[in-house]
Design a protein around this ligand. Structure first.
Ligand SMILES: NC(=O)c1ccc[n+]([C@@H]2O[C@H](COP(=O)([O-])OP(=O)(O)OC[C@H]3O[C@@H](n4cnc5c(N)ncnc54)[C@H](O)[C@@H]3O)[C@@H](O)[C@H]2O)c1
Length: 296
């Protein structure tokens, strides 16, 4: 489906990323069918979208007069059949190849044949997920960053069978959302995580080996390299379990020891020290700052 024919979109999964993706589409004028498996997840997502929209209104990014219209464009649904009306679909369910394969097959059976199906996976092969559908040529990676309404990058990933038309339509769609799309080919970790995760992993090795404290490592990268967040602060924000999972994907995908996860990272994850979301990682957090901050 050409970019100009995309009017209505579907988003599968209303979690951290799904509600952010629905938010940016609705803000750009697209009606969005937001699908999750239970009503309470949709209610929570609508709540989050309203709160984030209010923040944007306060900052003057969105006129107050548009509030009701933006919110009205998000159409929550538990019934999968509702996505049949979509001209473009983005999947944002949890990062499990098995779950994503099942959800993508179900969506593939409901969506019209010409509709592009995109996945927001952070690490699973686009080519592999595409092969589970009947439309690998109209399948693409659309890797939004968290928090979606704030971060401008979208890594647009081309699977082996993705056509030029699909790829160009997806890049153009990102521009309509006010995002900065970057074209990337399918490879473990794409560009973002392939470059970021070894940096985080090496930072963890320096802590494990007693080279420096987490605070010192982050201070070097922030004040010396001009990074807005130190690598350990960022790892805590992303989630140490997520970092470990992505390193495993890189290690398995390339078969190269340079991607082996640091034993200290494994130890923290085993202890349940997962970063901000669990209250403890390389730093300790209070309940009310668990959701704050910025990140990948
Ligand atoms: N969180 C991040 O920082 C981040 C950044 C970039 C990419 N991603 C990727 O985005 C995807 C989603 O991550 P998230 O952090 O939003 O996860 P999340 O757990 O916050 O949300 C996932 C949502 O999907 C729903 N879901 C489960 N099965 C479903 C189904 N069959 N149909 C519809 N919805 C279903 C869940 O109920 C949940 O609400 C993952 O692939 C992840 O790797 C995450």
């Amino acid at each position: 489906m050409a970019q100009g024919d995309i009017h209505k979109v579907a988003v599968l999964g209303a979690g951290t990323m799904g509600n952010g993706i629905a938010h940016v589409f609705a803000r750009a004028g697209f009606p969005v069918i937001l699908r999750d498996v239970e009503q309470r997840f949709l209610d929570r997502a609508m709540d989050t979208i309203a709160k984030n929209l209010d923040r944007e209104i306060k900052k003057g990014k969105v006129p107050e007069s548009e509030r009701a219209a933006v919110l009205g464009r998000v159409l929550p649904a538990t019934d999968l059949g509702a996505i049949a009306a979509a001209d473009f679909c983005v999947e944002a369910v949890p990062e499990s190849a098995e779950l994503k394969t099942r959800v993508l097959k179900e969506a593939d059976a409901v969506l019209r044949p010409g509709v592009i199906l995109a996945t927001n996976t952070s690490s699973i092969s686009i080519t592999q997920l595409a092969a589970a559908t009947s439309r690998p040529e109209r399948f693409v990676g659309m890797h939004f960053m968290n928090p979606v309404p704030v971060m401008t990058l979208v890594e647009v990933i081309r699977g082996l069978a993705t056509t030029d038309e699909t790829f160009q339509a997806t890049l153009a769609l990102c521009e309509r959302l006010g995002k900065k799309p970057v074209a990337v080919n399918d490879s473990p970790g794409f560009v973002s995580n392939r470059v970021l995760m070894p940096l985080i992993n090496e930072a963890i090795f320096t802590v494990m080996e007693g080279v420096a404290t987490p605070e010192a490592v982050d201070a070097v990268m922030k004040t010396g390299m001009n990074h807005p967040m130190g690598p350990l602060e960022l790892a805590d924000f992303i989630g140490l379990d997520v970092c470990l999972d992505i390193l495993e994907v890189l290690y398995k995908g390339f078969g190269d020891p340079r991607y082996r996860a640091c034993p200290l990272l494994r130890k923290y994850v085993a202890a349940g020290w997962l970063g901000r979301k669990s209250g403890r990682g390389f730093y300790q957090y209070h309940q009310n700052d668990a959701q704050d901050g910025k990140g990948k």
